[in-house]
Design a binder for this molecule. Structure first.
Ligand code: ADP
Ligand code: GN1
Ligand code: MG
Length: 367
């Protein structure tokens, strides 16, 4: 999938939402791999201009959009109720008849958020303080959802971080070799098989009751936390599509993959990718200083670094699977994009393994 431009019929779609002001312009926004994100500029007679974020939800990936949006409605309402109306938490703009989403003429699913002003996201961590702050924010996010009323959240993507099932998807894609790419990537295939046993480690701990399922974010990439432009403090956790039951270790692991790495996840030069120990340390400090620090047990603390390796391996498997299947899941900007992403992830797995001793020493000191 490649990213798409602003649709011609955006006007009638936006007209269904209770927006303030009149439409001026819209443009593609952000660097997400899944949904189509637009910034919408509105002019307000006698007032300040307003911005919104409009997203077309990827319904090839999210098969039950009403259930997904019900999760997001519940989660955003809970967070805003806790933080107060003056907070800059993610806030849905309802449609005129009170729904959290609308359909366009082609059946596409849309939602609109208030634009969080005075804040930004980064695609890579720019300093240790930022890593610590992001980890604190994701930890607090999880803690604030521990008392979410209304029962279990829907699983918007079943088995999302079930690494065994991710491995089996890879194996199937390899057997099918639908677009004839398997012969091109023997080293990546071999690497995927060589680390297969890792896929079961956390699942086995969960089955034995040694670690606990909680409401987690599940996509704690650094660009899913908005940071204040001036204070650099986190103001909101965004991208709530995968907020659902999961493991805190998945959240920490995704942070480690994206925030303690030396380069972008799709760096075409895989050798540039290393695990940065100072950022790892900052993430552990931030996560343990958050409200989640009080609930993590000894097994969870002991597996923090492993979780980073596992999430990196899992993402590498997913990119490789998508490459073998002909690039049907992630947005790509060039034909080998998924392969670059896979290689760079596997390079990070190797580097985490190389630095296991140092990582364990940091954990022994802090966790
Ligand atoms: P994806 O699932 O495709 O990653 P996101 O929901 O993360 O989509 O949005 C993509 C980017 O758009 C974010 O990284 C962020 O920079 C920006 N963004 C999303 N929501 C908001 C918002 N409410 N206010 C300001 N910027 C936002
Ligand atoms: C996707 O939506 P985005 O870009 O934040 C993906 C994550 C992957 C990530 C890899 C729903 O996240 O699981 O880790 O790309 N989201 C989904 O960069 O599959
Ligand atoms: Mg995102």
């Amino acid at each position: 999938m490649s990213s798409s431009p602003v649709p011609a019929d955006l006007g009638p779609t936006l007209a269904q939402f209770a927006l303030i002001g009149d439409f001026v312009s819209a443009a593609p926004y952000g660097s997400g791999h899944i949904n189509d994100t637009l910034v919408v500029n509105q002019v307000v007679t006698g007032g300040q201009p307003r911005r919104y974020i409009a997203q077309r939800i990827n319904d090839r990936i999210f098969k039950n959009v009403p259930a997904l949006m019900d999760n997001i409605r519940r989660v955003t309402a809970h967070l805003t109720a806790k933080a107060g109306p003056a907070s800059r938490e993610l806030r849905l703009v309802p449609t005129h008849d009170g729904q959290p989403y609308a359909r366009d003429a082609a059946g596409g699913w849309w939602r609109v958020y208030d634009f969080i002003e005075g804040a930004h996201t980064v695609d890579r961590v720019t300093g240790e303080a930022e890593a610590r702050e992001a980890a604190r924010a994701f930890g607090d996010f999880q803690a604030r959802l521990a008392d979410l009323p209304g029962g279990r959240l829907q699983e918007t993507i079943p088995n999302f971080h079930h690494t065994r099932s991710r491995f089996e998807n890879f194996r199937k894609a390899l057997q099918q070799d639908r677009v004839g790419r398997a012969a091109e990537v023997p080293a990546e295939i071999e690497f995927a098989f060589s680390r297969e046993a890792d896929a079961d480690v956390l699942l086995n701990l969960l089955a034995k009751g040694e670690i606990t399922e909680r409401v987690t974010h599940n996509d704690t990439k650094i660009n899913n936390v908005m940071l204040d432009d001036t204070t650099h403090r986190a103001v909101a956790v965004i991208d709530l599509d995968t907020v659902m039951p999961g493991l805190p270790l998945y959240d920490f692991g995704e942070m480690m993959r994206t925030s303690a790495s030396s380069t972008f996840e799709d760096d075409p030069v895989a050798e540039n990718m290393r695990l940065e120990l100072p950022y790892f340390r900052a993430l552990v400090e931030g996560y343990l200083a958050s409200a989640v620090g009080a609930v993590l047990n000894a097994t969870e603390r002991a597996h923090l670094a492993f979780a980073g390796k596992l999430m990196t391996y899992e993402n590498g498997l997913r990119f490789l699977t998508d490459y073998l299947q002909g690039d049907t899941y992630y947005k790509i900007r060039h034909p080998r994009h998924n392969l670059d992403r896979c290689r760079t992830q596997f390079a990070l797995v190797r580097d985490i393994e190389r630095q296991t001793g140092a990582l364990d020493r940091i954990l022994a000191e802090l966790a």
